[in-house]
Design a protein around this ligand. Structure first.
Ligand code: AMP
Ligand code: MN
Ligand code: MN
Ligand code: MN
Length: 300
């Protein structure tokens, strides 16, 4: 308990990378992770994480539980969300960190994405049925347990049914563009997502920019538009970036400029290659988000 209160009172100038381990991107059962928010916090604490952001896809539902677990266990929880965005006909992910989960504008925005998810899930089910695979919608909805339905839930069902051996394989064969279970559609616009995050007093951080496989010039355009629209940071070190990609992203964070963030994108212990508490440090020359004056602690 003492550790928790000391952490909360630390003046920001002492809140640097040398003292605290930050992991600012993770998932729980509230979206497509496999741990409850409390179990996620416990695992992060045990792995040596001091500051953890819970950033479920298009949902704030895990934050209350994560916050009480964090208070009990002496970890600082950053209330967050990972918003699905369509930019230039492509899906990208925008993190809102330090968001007020009670903000009506953010909640309404996420409700519209959840409604699209519900419709899309039924449509994925219909398309899989056409390809001869029955019961996908019901199974995915069952796995989601009343929370948001993600392609990940369909992937787990398809693997269980033996349609592919691994999650990676099942996505490739069924759940990406031009495959039987892929449904195109519109997520939030970048402008809307940035507006909701700002309304909730949060900081917008572009998630795993190297994963979108954009050309160098298109990535620079995205980063520029993101910053123009009020985005403040980008993930440099990510569970889905290689070391080389982290170096490239570090250089882009300096030239754009955007503050640098670091997050595992942990979804559960089933994916041991992305673990909590095992991220490399930000490359030299980055300006860490958590050393910025914008980084003010907020209670979840
Ligand atoms: P959705 O937001 O419902 O379209 O689902 C996207 C989620 O699927 C991502 O957040 C990842 O967790 C997961 N995902 C996407 N591609 C893959 C892949 N190739 N292998 C495993 N999981 C993936
Ligand atoms: Mn996911
Ligand atoms: Mn993502
Ligand atoms: Mn994520």
């Amino acid at each position: 308990m003492i550790a928790y209160f000391d952490l909360q009172r630390l003046p920001l100038r002492y809140n640097g990378p040398m003292t605290l381990h930050h992991d600012l991107h993770s998932h729980s059962l509230a979206s497509d992770g496999t741990l409850s928010p409390a179990a996620l916090v416990a695992r992060a604490r045990a792995a040596g994480v001091d500051v953890l952001a819970l950033t479920d896809h298009d949902s704030l539902d895990g934050l209350a539980e994560a916050d009480s677990a964090a208070r009990e266990q002496g970890l600082r929880l950053v209330p967050g969300v990972e918003i699905s965005v369509t930019w230039s006909k492509q899906t990208i992910h925008v993190l809102g960190l330090q968001v007020d989960r009670h903000c009506p504008e953010l909640q309404a925005g996420l409700r519209s994405l959840q409604a699209f998810r519900d419709w899309r899930a039924e449509e994925i089910g219909r398309r899989l049925a056409k390809a001869g695979i029955e019961g996908g919608f019901e199974a995915a909805r069952g796995l989601a347990q009343g929370r948001i339905v993600s392609r990940t839930h369909f992937a787990r069902f398809l693997v269980e049914r033996g349609h592919a051996a691994t999650m990676r394989e099942v996505f490739k064969r069924y759940l990406v563009n031009n495959k039987p279970g892929y449904v195109p559609g519109q997520w939030a616009s970048l402008e809307d997502a940035l507006g909701w995050i700002q309304a909730a007093g949060g900081l917008a951080v572009l998630a795993h920019p190297a994963r979108y496989r954009l050309s160098a010039s298109k990535l620079r355009r995205l980063l520029g538009e993101f910053r123009e629209g009020g985005g403040v940071g980008m993930e440099v070190v990510s569970g889905s970036h290689s070391r080389d990609e982290a170096l490239t992203m570090a250089a882009l964070s300096r030239t754009t400029p955007l503050l640098a963030s670091r997050g595992s994108d942990f979804h559960g212990p089933e994916n041991p290659w992305v673990e909590l508490g095992r991220l490399q440090e930000l490359p030299p020359g980055c300006h860490p988000l958590w050393e910025s004056e914008l980084w003010l602690p907020r209670a979840a």
